[in-house]
Design a protein around this ligand. Structure first.
Ligand code: NAD
Ligand code: MG
Length: 378
């Protein structure tokens, strides 16, 4: 029986992880659940999975029947829950840089970290990977592309190149002019995946793929130049690895996050995920195209930030989180997201990042500058 803490339990990844865990109730026990503010939803999961610990960033009155569990509230609820539960596994499925302190705490007290929260690696990649190596704690990727690469690398051979596939997002076929004016509704209609709002917007700008290039750099220790991106609208090939002999290994399957989630949960075993089987006869032709950095400049910006160093990746992420939130609140047009990120990136001065406090300070500065820009546009 393996105990697992799920941070961000009410989100797209959190709920799908609970779905997989419910299929293996004899093998996993949920020791802790957290969420930001959707208290009623969290209460329903606490009632069903009966963890010993639970946390909410925004405090709410706890129903009488849920007092069996110890509750933590506030910005540091994730970390406090993790330290109390000391579970073997932690699934970090919080969205945004808010997940970084939780990942650091999980590395301190848990035996394995199942990582969905890519922003933790984008903002604190070197610190996270150093801490994981120092403590000997494996980080198992949950992001589908990184899970695909991780699966392809099980043979133990060194790869020459990683190829991340991208669906292309909701605006893949749109003209440059139309993209500028895309509405929240247009953008939230993702063609192949059902996900949280922030990542769905990131898919439409292709910032998501940029963040994933950075994520792959840290997880697999590959230089930026050895990580390619291919647009693959069917989302059947989840990513590929190229080896010295010219062989490409790919991982394929239906677009269902329960597959990478169950791979991380069961690793090194494979366990039932609940996902449908891929029927190659009916999934239609598989196509691949080069990403268009003129229409989707965020991919280029993320690569530039990775080459520039940690300070630039923190600025990129902070500006993007602020801009995406403003777009989702209808405060800025879609096209402004890339402009704001580009502007903040260009105006941020290099700084040495040697601890997580440096990360938060840098992030705060980037958000502040981005919000000034956003204010000017309103
Ligand atoms: P989501 O918005 O659906 O859910 C986010 C969850 O985190 C919610 O439960 C929310 O209450 C919680 N949360 C937010 N801030 C928090 C905080 N400070 N403390 C505790 N909980 C907090 O997001 P999602 O789509 O599930 O994505 C989660 C992470 O996984 C993101 O980093 C995303 O990039 C990554 N990811 C998601 C998918 C997907 O299919 N959804 C795929 C790959 C990677
Ligand atoms: Mg992904």
């Amino acid at each position: 029986m393996r105990e697992i803490a799920i941070l961000g339990a009410t989100g797209s990844i959190g709920t799908q992880a609970l779905d997989v865990i419910a299929r293996h109730s004899g093998d996993f026990r949920v020791s802790a659940l957290t969420a930001h503010s959707n208290a009623n939803e969290l209460f329903a999961y606490v009632r069903r999975f009966r963890p010993r610990f639970a946390g909410l960033v925004r405090e709410a009155p706890i129903p009488e029947d849920l007092r069996f569990c110890e509750w933590f509230f506030g910005e540091d609820a994730n970390e406090r829950v993790l330290r109390a539960a000391k579970s073997h596994d932690a699934l970090c499925a919080v969205v945004g840089i808010a997940g970084l302190p939780a990942v650091m705490a999980a590395l301190e007290v848990c035996g394995r970290v199942l990582l969905a929260n890519k922003e933790a690696l984008v903002t604190g990649g070197a610190l996270v990977m150093e801490e994981a190596a120092r403590r000997g704690v494996p980080i198992l990727p949950v992001d589908s592309e990184h899970s695909a690469i991780f699966q392809c690398l099980q043979g133990g051979q060194e790869p020459e190149r990683l190829i991340l596939t991208a669906s292309g997002g909701a605006l893949r076929t749109w003209s440059r002019e139309a993209i500028q004016r895309a509405t929240v509704r247009d953008v939230l209609k993702h063609p192949t995946w059902r996900m949280g709002g922030k990542i769905t917007v990131d898919c439409a700008t292709m910032m998501n793929k940029g963040l994933e290039v950075i994520e792959a750099h840290y997880l697999f220790g590959m230089p930026e130049a050895a990580i390619s991106v291919l647009v693959h609208p069917q989302s059947v090939v989840h990513s590929l690895v190229e080896f010295a002999d010219g062989s490409l290994l790919a991982q394929m399957g239906v677009a269902d996050m329960r597959v990478p989630i169950s791979y991380a949960l069961g690793y090194p075993q494979r366990i039932e995920s609940g996902a449908a089987r891929l029927d190659l006869l009916s999934c239609g032709p598989l196509t691949f195209e080069a990403p268009d950095e003129a229409r989707f400049p965020c991919l280029r910006l993320a690569r530039e930030a990775l080459r520039a160093g940690p300070y630039a990746m923190i600025a990129l992420n902070g500006a993007n989180e602020a801009a995406v939130a403003a777009f989702l609140e209808n405060r800025i047009p879609f096209g402004a997201i890339a402009n704001i990120v580009e502007q903040i990136l260009a105006s941020t001065l290099p700084e040495r990042i040697s601890c997580v406090e440096d990360v938060y300070r840098m992030d705060k500065g980037a958000r502040l500058s981005a919000n000034v820009e956003i204010g000017r546009m309103e």
